[in-house]
Design a protein around this ligand. Sequence first.
Ligand code: ALA
Length: 464
Amino acid sequence: QYSTGSEIRQKFLNFYAEKGHKILPSASLVPEDPTVLLTIAGMLPFKPIFLGQRQPEFPRATTSQKCIRTNDIENVGRTARHHTFFEMLGNFSFGDYFKQQAIAWGWEISTKVFELPPERLVVSVFEEDDEAFAIWRDEIGVSPQRIKRMGEADNFWKSGPTGPCGPCSEIYYDFHPERGEENIDLEDDTRFIEFYNLVFMQYNRDADGNLTPLQNKNIDTGMGLERMAQILQQVPNNYETDLIFPIIKTAAEIAQIDYHKSDDKTKVSLKVIGDHIRAVVHLIADGVTASNIGRGYIVRRLIRRVVRHGRLIGISGEFTTLVAETAMQLSEAVYPNVRQRESAIKGELQREETRFLETLERGEKLLAEIMEKAKGQISGQDAFVLYDTYGFPLELTQEIAEENGLTVDIKGFETAMEEQRRRSQDAHETIDLTVQGSLDQLAEHIHPTEFLGYTLLTSDAKVE
Ligand code: ALA
């Protein structure tokens, strides 16, 4: 049944309020815990409670928590469901109810409140968790073919290398049941979307990797608001839900294009703008300002990506405050601090955008010089310097080169890019809550000179 994003949020909170949960407001994206960079999950504000360091005021709570994750930033706009900013709906038990009740309510809200047909649902459990398997099969009545046992990478949730963790059970929605019960592969994201994660939070992992039982057995869950909206609004991806699409529409109007008639590349750019501007609006609303370190660096990088993707779709002037306005209109009813911080948000955007556009202009000058010397082709190395130092996407260099009767050595560019990639480390599998961990993950995607940036002329150059 069609539901707006706001209705989904409200239905979730109301359901758990009726089951004795206290509705708490979303915490800030900037965690109280100084060792953590950003709020990456609904459980984060409750971490001290899970660890037994703080007494809970209520045994059960429910929230819609704004979150930011930058570990998957490369996938934003390219897959149907990756975001930097998203809202996580959660129900939490602090040593109160546990596995059986969490599963029963998880199923009830999915099938009765959101009215998802049970035959469209598949669940996963941690491979060693026979108890969860039995609850799904015997108490809920899910057929064993639709209960998948998965390993630690998928079904043992942790917020970082250390801290509270536990086995989990996830509920997936099947967009293509006609493909058959025998072919269930939950990794296939053209068919399945995982929308609800139930974590049986019962261990603490120490720095040596040892698991010790927590004082209490707790429940931590996360339902992706944007994902549930995609399912209920029957749109092809999270970006086309009412939570994000109006922002995309604003950007498309400024670029004088039509999203639905655009090619895939243009759609990716519009989605990146839609995603990142939400993140930027909420980060600045929560007090973060652009800089070259820590959270401020994330804001700066997100703004630059918005500007760069704006240029890719043909926007030449300043536009970020206009798309931010739409993002603010979408969220101000639930997050009033967004409007209260309007002048900070718009001022920051304007400053950063102007500076970055200046950098891009310097790049254009350099490109003109390069083109003057080039004999038919711009070298891959030159194209890479433009990309890496001046934030020039390859497409932009190519376009300008073409206008001047030149080509670009794409292979050479890719080699230079590959070399840089090799210099950074292997991708991390897990989300790391620590400040250093988050920065390390971010650093994987950027050139080391970025951090030397502020001592150089090109201080505000480079964007991915
Ligand atoms: N903390 C769990 C998650 O983020 C619910 O998926």
